[in-house]
Write a protein that binds this ligand. Structure first.
Ligand SMILES: Nc1ncnc2c1ncn2[C@@H]1O[C@H](COP(=O)(O)OP(=O)(O)OP(=O)(O)O)[C@@H](O)[C@H]1O
Ligand SMILES: [Mg+2]
Length: 433
């Protein structure tokens, strides 16, 4: 599945067999990030790290808007820069990568299917047939299926079955979540990768990867939404009773806060960005009364002195508006009353002090801000919510690989249906691109 460069054999903390190198690519609207990691292929690694980071490359994003490529050449140049930096930091030659996709063109829908159980007990073939039946939807030509994720199975009316393999019955039902994306958005990203000399081994929904990195199984069981507020987009995934039930995104993020500051304070974008990162808060009440700031005007000239409170008066309502749009999406999903574990916020824009409090006020739910934890080989600057999604992709590949190993060891394993669904989508994908 992941055709990855295999040029190095790394000896990690645990003696590794020939390690597989994985490359993850996140086309963010503010930065393109490439992460090179080596997966620990040791079979006896209980409790140990499953991968280590070999190198990261980042470049300023260009030619991308709201998850779409708007200028191929600009995107290819930015991508090449990110890849070259990751190659130089990791010492690996990058030829292939798993690519994260996000943005408002992502849509999730729930579906179900039925299949008769051929023998006495449910086999992987029965599971594949019921997943195929649940996935047999008419998907418009301009959209592409990305994932089919099983939610639960029913055998002869008995519901809430997570792993039907080996169970006895006659009629198998499956509920699944199907994620689709704009076909042209995917094709253009793939084209950019090809032009930069990269083969795209797999396309993964970013919020799915981020969820794998940041959410615990308990949170998924209780009900939780993970929201990644980036530069140009805010993506979300909702879990209920342990299963993915809703996915989507809106075209709003931290860049809109910067734009509002630039317009409201009549200052250049780069000054507004600096001001936001150094002086802004999500809540204006966090800013001291009487505190002042220097503002550099558009076109040069002497700086003006303004009340710092003014920054909060611009940022707070805009962030509140973004939260209100997201709240509307959650309400429309119908899962707002099933989020026992509340919301997990990540993404660069959640760095603003007071973000959690503002979110609590808008959503009236428990809110946690989350970021990747320190991991072997990861420079401290990347332990930041901006990197949750790309590190989530590495986690995603690692989990899939471990699932495949488990499957080889034990055919009656719970990962089987997920892997089958993944294979099916991969073949759709190959047909369509
Ligand atoms: N310390 C900080 N304080 C406030 N905002 C910050 C901080 N650090 C980063 N940001 C903001 O986070 C945003 C970028 O976040 P992130 O890196 O998650 O986005 P992205 O992945 O490039 O974009 P997207 O996910 O929308 O495609 C920018 O708007 C940036 O200004
Ligand atoms: Mg992002």
């Amino acid at each position: 599945m992941h055709e990855l460069c295999r040029e190095r054999c790394i000896d990690g903390g645990v003696r590794m067999k020939t390690d597989e190198i994985v490359v993850a690519l996140d086309f963010g609207s503010t930065k393109i990030t490439t992460v090179v990691a080596s997966l620990n292929s040791s079979e006896n690694n209980e409790g140990g790290a499953h991968y280590k980071i070999l190198g990261v490359g980042t470049s300023k994003s260009a030619g991308l808007k709201k998850g779409f490529v708007s200028n191929i050449d600009e995107t290819v140049n930015a991508l090449s820069e990110s890849i070259e930096e990751a190659e130089s930091n990791s010492g690996a030659k990058i030829t292939s990568a798993v690519i994260g996709i996000s943005g408002p063109h992502i849509q999730g829908l729930n579906s179900s299917g039925v299949a008769g159980i051929k023998g006495r007990e449910v086999t992987p073939v029965d599971v594949k047939r019921v997943i195929d039946s649940a996935s047999a939807l008419a998907i418009p030509n301009d959209r592409m299926p990305l994932h089919v994720i099983p939610q639960e199975y029913k055998i002869d009316g008995q519901d809430e079955i997570r792993d039907p393999l080996g169970m006895v019955g006659t009629r198998l039902e499956a509920k699944v979540h199907i994620v689709t994306a704009s076909r042209s958005a995917i094709q253009n990203l793939i084209r950019c990768c090809h032009k930069a000399g990269i083969h795209s081994s797999e396309i993964v929904l970013q919020s799915l990867a981020t969820s794998g990195l940041l959410l615990s199984q308990d949170e998924k069981e209780l009900g939780v939404a993970v929201i990644d507020i980036g530069g140009g987009t805010s993506d979300f995934a909702i879990y209920s009773a342990g299963a993915l039930v809703h996915t989507g995104g809106i075209a709003l993020g931290g860049t809109h806060l910067t734009q509002d500051l630039a317009i409201g304070l009549r200052t250049p974008q780069n000054e507004a960005e600096k001001l936001k990162i150094e002086k802004a808060c999500a809540l204006k009440s966090y800013i001291d009364e009487g505190a002042t700031l220097e503002i550099f005007p558009v076109g040069g000239g002497a700086p003006r002195i303004i009340q710092q409170k003014l920054v909060g008066e611009i940022v707070e309502p805009r962030l509140e508006e973004i939260f209100n749009f997201l709240k509307k999406e959650i309400l429309q999903s119908g899962y707002q009353d099933k989020l026992g574990a509340g919301l997990v916020l990540t993404g660069g824009a959640t760095m603003l002090p007071g973000t959690q409090e503002l979110a609590e006020r808008v959503f009236d739910l428990p809110i946690k801000r989350s970021l990747p934890t320190a991991m072997e080989g990861l420079d401290a600057q990347f332990v930041h919510p901006s990197y949750s999604s790309v590190l989530g992709l590495v986690e995603w590949v690692s989990v899939q690989k471990r699932g495949s190993r488990m499957k080889r060891k034990n055919t009656n394993n719970v990962m089987e249906p997920v892997l089958n669904a993944g294979k099916q989508i991969k073949s759709w994908f190959t047909d369509l691109v």
